[in-house]
Design a protein around this ligand. Structure first.
Ligand code: PLP
Length: 425
């Protein structure tokens, strides 16, 4: 059977008239790869099925939430049971207690948590909390880290430390940009210099401890520790954005992996098991600043709604099973080693970076730690690989800057099949 996506192409032409770029989130538009986006009809386990009748082994997994793969029976059962009792009440509900308690009982660095409805909302709230606690305004973020689309975080570096950053989106007031300092990753000297320069007005340093939104830019543990120490020394809140790494690297995410305690952690993706959920968490002392106990306001009509809580709870209960993360990591490492060999054989210049069940193909000779080390021209390799994979039943995210996620549903046969497809490149 030859690959076509005629129905996807036809409906995409129509959706472009209705939605900006035909989509509701930019990267879905396939602008960085070839052809029209595929419209997915359904998913099951490791696979997704499009409206043209094509089947794909999925490594996007809805950008990370589906650590168990599609339509895991425990998750679906719990969601359906919950739905049958009503969708939302805007009142306290036992399922948020259960999910919150499950997280707090199994995470050594969390005393209290607040659920919201997206990763963006979690980060936005965490920044407000950091500002509320410290009484300061400025934040430091890093080039190549994504924290959702809150105004103060859509900022990239200017030409030097002394100059202001520039926004990566229209519609962001200069005044917001002025409060955000952007640094390159993996540069301890610049970090120390910036903290010392801005310390009196610095509320927070925010980082993805495992930067996974612009390639997979793994940082040195010493660098992360230095950041922790500087924050402690100067009374700055360290925010670890664990929206991807949380419950992915291990139940305790990157904090558990590096054994570093951030002041505030943000979550999303896996914590909602495929439903819209975000969360921010910290010590009891810090969380006591949040309304209605404290004076940092934050609220949400659908926050902690039962259906989302049910999906998150069922997902995390499976993650807590003995050996879950160990198996995921082993499976991923074995797969990416073979993928590396297959690409080497094809003489594609690739260096696969892996942590936990996250992987990224850097089309470079060696390890990449900052976004300026990624050669945009290397993305041509990704375009070619992406189309070949798609045409042969393997779905990778439609951009070479996106990471891949192995799920618990991927079987040995699935992973063998992918290697075969790469061998036929
Ligand atoms: C996905 C992501 C966000 C934003 O989460 P949304 O649910 O898309 O708003 C924030 N931070 C990180 C690290 C992410 O990966």
């Amino acid at each position: 059977m030859t690959f076509t996506r005629k129905r996807s192409e036809a409906i995409f032409e129509e959706t472009k008239k209705l939605f900006p770029g035909g989509v509701h989130s930019p990267v879905r538009a396939f602008n960085s790869v070839q052809g029209a986006p595929v419209f997915i009809d359904r998913g099951e386990g490791s696979k997704i099925y499009d409206i043209d009748g094509n089947t794909y082994i999925d490594f996007c997994n809805s950008w990370g939430p589906l650590i168990l793969g599609h339509k895991h029976p425990d998750v679906i059962d719990k969601v359906i049971k919950t739905i049958n009792k009503g969708l939302t009440f805007g009142t306290p509900h036992e399922l948020s207690y259960e999910l919150g308690k499950t997280i707090i009982d199994h995470h050594r660095y969390i005393d209290m948590i607040r659920f919201v409805s997206s990763g963006t909302e979690a980060v936005m709230s965490a920044i407000r909390l950091a500002r509320g606690v410290t009484g300061r305004n400025k934040i430091i973020k890093f080039e190549g880290c994504y924290h959702g689309h809150a105004d103060s975080l859509l900022v990239k570096a200017g030409s030097g430390l002394a100059t202001l950053g520039t926004s990566t989106s229209a519609g962001i007031p200069e005044a917001f940009i002025a409060e955000t300092i952007v640094l390159p990753l993996a540069d301890p000297e610049l970090l120390v210099e910036a903290v010392q320069k801005y310390k009196d007005d610095l509320a927070a340093i925010i980082i993805e401890p495992v930067p996974a939104n612009n390639g997979l830019l793994l940082q040195d543990a010493e660098y992360l520790q230095l950041m922790r120490d500087l924050c402690t020394q100067y009374g700055v809140m360290l925010i670890w954005d664990e929206v991807i790494s949380g419950f992915r690297l291990g139940f305790e995410g990157a904090a558990g992996h590096y054994q570093i305690q951030p002041d505030i952690m943000t979550y999303g993706k896996i914590v909602g098991g495929g439903m819209p959920v975000g969360a921010y968490a910290a010590s009891r002392e810090i969380m006591s600043h949040v309304a209605p106990v404290g004076d940092v306001y934050q609220a949400g009509t659908l926050s902690a709604n039962p259906v989302s809580m049910a999906a998150g709870l069922a997902t995390l209960q499976v993650c807590l099973e003995e050996g879950f993360y160990h198996n995921m990591e082993k499976k991923t490492m074995d797969f990416t080693n073979r993928l590396q060999d297959a690409l080497d054989q094809k003489e594609v210049p690739a260096h696969i970076q892996t942590i936990g069940s996250i992987f990224w193909i850097a089309f470079s000779k060696g390890r990449v730690q900052k976004s300026s080390d990624i050669d945009p021209a290397s993305m041509e390799h990704y375009k070619r690989l992406h189309l070949h994979l798609l045409e042969n039943g393997v779905y990778f995210g439609p951009s070479g800057y996106e990471v891949g996620f192995v799920s618990a549903a991927h079987t040995k046969d699935d992973l063998d099949a992918v290697i075969e497809v790469v061998n036929s490149l």
